[in-house]
Ligand binder design. Sequence first.
Ligand code: KG4
Ligand code: ZN
Length: 361
Amino acid sequence: MLMLGIETSCDETSAAVVEETGDAARPWAIRSNVIASQAAIHREWGGVVPELASRQHIRDICGVVERALREGDTTWRALGAMAVTQGPGLVGSLLVGVSFAKAAAAAAGLPLVAVHHLAGHIESLVLQNGELPLPSVVLVVSGGHTSLYLVDRPGRYHLLSRTRDDAAGEAYDKVAKLLGLGYPGGPVVDRLARDGNDRAIPLPTTRLTHADRNAPDLKGDLDFSFSGLKTAVLRYVRGTGALSGDASDGKGSRPPFSEQQIADICASFQRIVVTTLVDRAFDAARRCDAKSIGVAGGVSANSRLRAELQMRGARREVPTFLPSLQLATDNAAMIAAAGLRKFRAGVTAPSDLNADAALAI
Ligand code: KG4
Ligand code: ZN
């Protein structure tokens, strides 16, 4: 069966065709995965502007879907079902995808599946690598989320911990903005960090020990917090006298640092973020007796995170899994994959489906 997936939760308009292979170990194959990025539009503003994002989704959605069908060498008639991201995300952006999907599914007579964006990121690991050895601990780390999940059965995701404040990708974006490196910050900081000394700047690691008042079921000590680290970078930059007044609103002007100083700040910041992420993931895996560890979401494209995860996985003999770079950041192939999982479990969306910016998994 062919599944058409649609993703519009943030600033990427994406449509993809994914087919079932019939092989239980590697259940899905990508026929097409078209992504129209709005990064160039939002770069000018230093971050995603929700109103501009939803307007651009409206402009792009029809062309992106048509191209996904063409590149997937298929037609509306040959599809078996559709899947769409219902949430979480920017509500105006989500609404474009959900409205389009509902209308198209009704017109083509196709069943529609509503997908949680983070379930999509988790299933990107299966799309890339085949079914994971279960139970698996999966870290979803993106611009909007930093959460650990336990997957004990295919399609069942239990939240173990999450960030109390900023997501890791958000911290990357804010530090990049502070240094005048542009948007999105993750890829630039990653690249510049390669030439830096990762011990040059003393920055703090945050370890939470108390329970989260807003999520009393979670233990707390596996939780993340990145806002203190971001503030420490700001304080360091201020302390050097490179910023006068409050430039943390980041209008894009670059503080007067040498290239080496910028590289050192990027490397020092990145060392703490990556060590925190990898430490918590392995900690959770040990506690849950996990047979595998997966890391998905935009930040899983990070070169240091990928290298450390694989190195430590090999050393501790827990297999680790990552998506390809294209499947790491937002895309519709992962939504189609998660949609196929749900469709085969017999779940489809009601006809009054609505976008939900704060959807729970
Ligand atoms: O999953 P994603 O495409 O969108 C969300 O659901 O948020 O993730 C985007 C985030 C951005 O914050 C971006 O800066 C970050 O992923 N990112 C990276 C890298 N590539 C993208 N962060 C660190 N290193 C990278 N190479
Ligand atoms: Zn995402």
